[in-house]
Design a protein around this ligand. Structure first.
Ligand code: NDP
Length: 485
């Protein structure tokens, strides 16, 4: 694939071949689809300087003018949906039937929705004894976005849209495993009329992310990544009193009560474990099922899991493509072995599919373990692959305590026909987002993010605007200054 250059800076592609070369690989075939260069210090300086310049200009625009650019960008992204989806499938290995509906589409939703937020940006007015005060939301400055590899264009858009809506500029570093689609977002924003330098992309590994996180011009860092990386990036941001949003990993519980609609609960559990070949931070990887329906749940779950079609991710009939890399498959297989050796019952999957079609990609079967107990490795650690753990429970009180017994707190789900119980359990679960009778839906209108070790700050929803802006209070006196001096 022809890539014009590795980086996108100040409105155009940029290259510095002194940077370490790395390949972007199609995980389904092992083929190199592009060779890029990691950012050198000179590239990082250029990107930060361009962003700083552009931000000053952008912040002087009327909010409604900024809104128009974001709205045009969302239209362009929708027009290019099919090409962008194909690019995302080539770069991530995710099935085209997913990327056509979930990746650029969700990015376009974010650009569109935050364009409306930009236009409606306002503060509050507070009456006081002798006068009043008003507040206004001001931009932070240059924001750094750092992305994971599972939803590249979505992550870039979810960060860029609210950041730009608030009047900030952004320098974005994609995961080096999926470097391509963020460049397309940069092209789109420029075509939509953004000032040059407003959204820049620099490529590289963790050291580039670290250099951006500690750069003197950086006002905020927003990371989507793992908990250990989150710890490092948060510490780096704190060193300069920078703002931070941490969207990190999880080990989220999904609770299925005996009165739940069984087919819906199974569908939710499958989507919440197998979509994107299981590489989703909010996946409900601990599925607690009430004992009275456990065997019925497992029987039907196994039947439906066996209908999942693995294969070429570009084939529209394929449900599951490969994992992102061979290394990730080794990690997932390690957990499958841990599940077996620690006494979990393998219900289905657990292996590597055989045959020519799977020979070159990091494919793995969708896997279900039953008889999982809370102390097992597969019930405690994030796997980031299509491995579901089913745990049995008796009572509501018991399952809430067990569901919360984790350092993570990204997401949670509850399936029940009892409305009061649904709300009661959602209330009690320690998670940033809870779903009742559905799972893993992330429409742009609702805030998304974690508690506990899963991070802080929120993406999407009006809440995201608070995390990309700072409040200024202005008090206005209408009387005389009352001074004893
Ligand atoms: P990593 O934490 O390994 O990497 C995330 C990003 O941070 C990458 O771009 C990475 O670069 C960069 N990075 C690594 N070290 C540093 C550093 N010291 N300073 C700054 N940046 C750094 O995550 P993965 O890419 O492996 O993604 C999987 C993880 O992401 C999972 O744990 C998953 O749960 C989480 N995730 C969370 C989501 C959420 O919204 N809560 C959504 C999606 C994923 P490089 O790629 O070169 O290492």
């Amino acid at each position: 694939m022809h890539v014009q250059a590795s980086h996108f800076i100040d409105g155009d592609y940029a290259e510095d071949t002194d940077g370490r070369a790395f390949d972007s690989i199609n995980p389904a075939t092992g083929e190199v689809i592009a060779t890029l260069h990691a950012a050198t210090p000179a590239i990082i300086e250029r990107a930060m300087a361009a962003a700083e310049r552009a931000q000053r200009e952008w912040a002087s625009w009327l909010p409604v003018e900024r809104a128009r650019v974001l709205r045009r960008a969302s239209d362009l992204m929708r027009e290019r949906n099919d090409a962008l989806a194909k690019l995302e499938t080539l770069d991530t290995g995710k099935a085209i039937q997913e990327t056509l509906v979930a990746d650029p589409a969700s990015g376009a939703d974010a650009l569109e929705w935050f364009s409306a937020q930009a236009a409606g940006l306002s503060g509050e007015s507070v009456p006081l004894a002798e006068g009043f005060a008003y507040t206004k939301r001001e931009p932070l400055g240059v924001c750094v976005g750092i992305g994971a590899w599972n939803y590249p264009i979505q992550i870039a858009s979810w960060k860029a849209a609210p950041a730009l809506a608030c009047g900030n500029a952004m320098v974005f570093k994609p995961s080096e495993m999926t470097p391509l689609s963020a460049l397309k977002l940069a092209e789109i924003l420029m075509e939509a009329g953004a000032p040059k330098g407003l959204f820049n992309v620099v490529q590289g590994f963790g050291d580039v992310g670290a250099a951006l996180s500690t750069h003197a011009k950086t006002a905020k860092v927003s990371l989507t990544g793992s908990v250990p990386t989150g710890g490092k990036v948060y510490a780096a941001a704190a060193s300069g009193m920078r703002h931070a949003t941490m969207e990190l990993g999880g080990k989220s519980p999904m609770v299925v009560f005996e009165d739940a609609d069984l087919e819906d609960a199974i569908g939710g559990a499958m989507l919440g474990n197998f979509y994107s070949t299981g590489q989703i931070c909010s996946n409900g990887t601990r599925v607690f099922v009430q004992k009275s329906i456990l065997e019925a749940f497992l029987t039907r779950l196994a039947e439906r899991t066996k209908t999942i079609r693995l294969g070429d991710p570009l084939d529209p009939e394929t449900h599951l493509g490969p994992l992102i890399s061979e290394e990730q498959r080794r990690k997932v297989l390690f957990y499958v072995e841990a599940g077996k050796s620690e006494g979990a019952r393998l219900v289905t999957g657990g292996g590597v599919p055989e045959g020519e079609a799977f020979a070159k990609g990091a494919y793995i079967e969708p896997t279900v373990f039953a008889d999982v107990t809370d102390d097992m490795t597969i019930a405690r650690e994030e796997i980031f692959g299509p491995v579901m753990s089913v745990l049995a429970f008796d009572t509501e009180e018991e399952v809430i305590a067990r569901a919360n017994d984790t350092p993570f707190g990204l997401a949670a789900g509850v399936f029940t026909r009892d409305l009061a119980r649904g709300h009661r359990v959602a209330d009690a679960l320690e998670a940033g987002i809870c779903w009742i009778n559905t799972y893993n839906l992330t429409p742009v209108e609702i805030p998304f993010g974690g508690v506990k070790q899963s991070g802080f700050g929120r993406e999407n929803g009006r809440a995201a605007m608070e995390f990309y802006s700072q409040l200024k209070t202005v008090q206005v006196a209408l009387g005389k200054v009352d001074s004893p001096y």
